[in-house]
Structure formats: structure tokens, C-alpha cells
Design a protein. Structure first.
Length: 199
């Protein structure tokens, strides 16, 4: 059909359509189609190529990310639904919701100096599960926790109780700020030349 894989990511297929590009992002058997008339394309896949597609329509949720619009029409991507699932999993594990936190880690954080008790096998699995979920949050655009997650990922093999408490704190941070999102504004920015200063 004329699509070629992107050199930046071979799971993103692209094709020129006049003066614009159209894209299909693939992940196993999930597709996210970016084009002016995606319905005609999905109809072609169904009618001509006999694909059996489910959940066809405007994108709302894909691989843990929510896709919505603000009241002013600005398109945005968030991890709110995925964070809700993390909070629910936390509640099932610990019997209560995590405490809300204003920062992902405490100030002057030194996990390498933590000498609390080493975790047992069950708690190690829990710690590793937390790290995996938090890493996926970074992947789906919660870049604000990237440094904290990378810092704690180093302790996967032999985590301590203090390390587990830090991952719990990060989940509490996401709970407090779960509506954080990447907003995509496609219009030209409003810049007044008389407000610019030259250095």
C-alpha cells in the first residue's frame, strides 16, 4: 500500500499523501492510524484485505494512554486510566490507597546509603512490579518521574525495605498528579516581534 517504516522507529509506517504524511503506528496487533480520513482506510482493510478490526473509531485509549481534548479543543495524551489501575492494584496489595505525595522522591534522596532490611522473595517481586509499572508510565509520557524511576531501577536485584517505600511514594505522587498530560497544540504560536529581545 506504499507505506515504508520510519528510520526512527520501524513500528511506525508512513506514506506521503499529497503534501502531508500519513502514519500507522503498530504494536503487536494494535494500530493507531494518523490521517485525515482514517475511516476510509479501515474500511479498505476490512473490505479488501479482510482484516477483522475491533474498537475502530476515534482514539480514546491505547496501550495505557488516554487520548482526549480539552474544552478549548486542544488534543492531549495522559496516563490517567493507567494510574487509576496502579492505584487500585496498590489498594488490593496493601489494603489502602497510597498517600498522596508532592514529589516522586524526598529531597536529598540517597537510596545507595539505605541500610534497611533486605526484602524477601514476595516483596522483591512486588518491588520489581512497581518498577515495571512506573517505567511504563514514563514510556506513556509521564516524563516527570523518569529520573526517580531510573534511580530506583538499579536496586531490582536486591532491594531493601527503604527502596520499596520509595516506589510506594512515587505511586502516591502519580495519584496526586494523575491528570498530568502532554498537550498538543498545532496552531502557529502567537509571538509579537516587539516583545522579543535580541542579546
Amino acid at each position: 500500500m506504499g507505506f515504508v517504516p520510519s528510520k526512527a522507529d520501524t513500528d511506525i509506517w508512513m506514506r506521503r499523501n499529497g503534501n502531508i504524511w500519513v502514519y500507522i503506528a503498530t504494536y503487536v496487533d494494535d494500530l493507531a492510524i494518523i490521517m485525515k480520513d482514517p475511516k476510509s482506510f479501515t474500511d479498505l482493510l476490512i473490505d479488501k484485505y479482510k482484516y477483522k478490526l475491533k474498537g475502530v473509531g476515534p482514539i480514546a485509549y491505547h496501550l495505557g494512554s488516554d487520548y482526549k481534548r480539552n474544552p478549548d479543543g486542544t488534543f492531549y495524551v495522559s496516563a490517567e486510566s493507567y494510574i487509576d489501575k496502579m492505584i487500585e492494584s496498590y489498594k488490593c496489595t496493601f489494603g489502602t490507597k497510597t498517600k498522596e505525595n508532592s514529589t516522586p522522591l524526598v529531597g536529598n534522596n540517597h537510596p545507595e546509603m539505605n541500610d534497611s532490611e533486605l526484602l524477601g522473595p514476595t516483596e522483591i517481586t512486588l518491588f520489581q512490579s512497581h518498577i515495571g509499572s512506573l517505567q511504563w508510565c514514563v514510556t506513556i509520557r509521564r516524563f516527570d518521574i523518569a529520573t526517580a524511576v531510573m534511580t530506583m531501577s538499579r536496586y531490582r536485584a536486591a532491594p531493601r525495605q527503604g527502596h520499596l517505600e520509595r516506589t510506594k511514594r512515587m505511586i502516591g505522587y502519580l495519584r496526586k498528579y494523575k491528570t498530568g498530560a502532554i498537550r498538543i497544540r498545532t496552531g502557529d504560536p502567537t509571538v509579537r516581534l516587539d516583545e522579543l529581545s535580541v542579546r
